[in-house]
Design a protein around this ligand. Sequence first.
Ligand code: ZN
Length: 463
Amino acid sequence: MISVQDVVPLLPGPIRSTALTLAGYWIYHSRFNDHFFRTLSEFEASADASIEMLHEIQRVRLDKWIVRARHHVPHYKDLPPPSNKRNHFEAIQETLSTIRPLEKDLYASNVGSFIANDVPRRKLRRSHTSGTTGTALPLWHTQEALAEEYAAIWRMYRSYGVQLRDPKMSFGGNMITPFRQLKPPFWRTNYYEGQTLFSTYHLKPRNLHAYVAAIHTTPSRYAQGYPSSLNLVAQALLDAGRPLPRGRLAAVFPSSERLLASHRENIEAAFCAPVANRYGSSEFAVSMTSCRLNNLHVDMEFCIVEVEVEEETDEYVRGPILVTGLAPSATPFFRYRIGDVGTRSKRPCPCGRAGDVFLDVDGRTDDYIMTPDGRLIGRLDHIFKDMHDVAEAQICQDRKEAVEIRIAPRISFNRSSEDHLMREIRRRLGTEIEVGLVVMQEIPRERNGKFRAVKSSLMGQLR
Ligand SMILES: [Zn+2]
């Protein structure tokens, strides 16, 4: 399928903003529908709820999903009915204890049996997992699940004083100017949403002064994007001695990558605004949003998060997390082993919000690649999302002049798949870096058994 991202860099400059504005209109109305506004007001109403009330909300939603799954999801047709215990928390525990944790392999081997058959086909939305497992899994969700995820996000945004139609600047993975473009502007405007989209592929030393000037002049109330990109921009603002004036931005919202502590410091100092982190997933089965004390609160109305405890102290428990999504989606994720490790506090957060609170979630296996000119490129595993000729892939880097692409090809892999792969790599990393391609039967796992999509020995020096 052709996306806006593919088309926009090909258009003549002035038309790019028009295309982004039209796309902005479409995206805005598909995200912010009636279900979004209804859910946002419900979530805001329960923001101050007691833990007992939150457990009651979770129980009602979980029971509804279980009943639906028994009737409409082939994989779960033999699931026992929900617990009838009086105490909501105990009932949730008992109900979950009857469900085996869901492994990605099991889901992948029989995806079709996980799709609820009461969702009309035209209402199924297809996407895929973000590549921490190496190969992307197909996912199906509903518009309602997407709307609820956005309600959880916007409850956090609004708690930082940001409103839906406020102007913003974005530093995401969109290709908005051609890779070969040498002169500014490296940004375009989606006028519908008042969004300035900055290309993160042109964040090179020679262009940074132009970014700094544009960031100062663009009307924005908040910034969002990949933390690795926000960090580069922040570093440029600081190096130029031109941090944004305090109060200009209400907050900065990093997304899609793990926020490194050093990046948070830079971003806060350069944008002179609080950085509000979030943890979510493309399965729409988990959401945690940060409070002003930088703790990650589980959005209890949206999901249940369990920790398989591997380490315990007086302060916290730590281990792999199992997530259960509560939104009415097309696929249930009950006790899904998502592949990340969380540290859950044993004490309530001093900010006063009730519910489960995490000090940290990591184990995200994404890493960055550094280009010879020092740019950090994240989310490279996205290259392989739609490459069905490749069973597994890994990008490795030991020095900044070169990368090694390791692939375990499928039988259908041929010359044209290889050309396509190299084009995608060059599109993101540029032409200066050496690229080696190594074909393997299987990509070796880490000592802990985990797969890493991007592996860099340079990153250790930066953390
Ligand atoms: Zn808190």
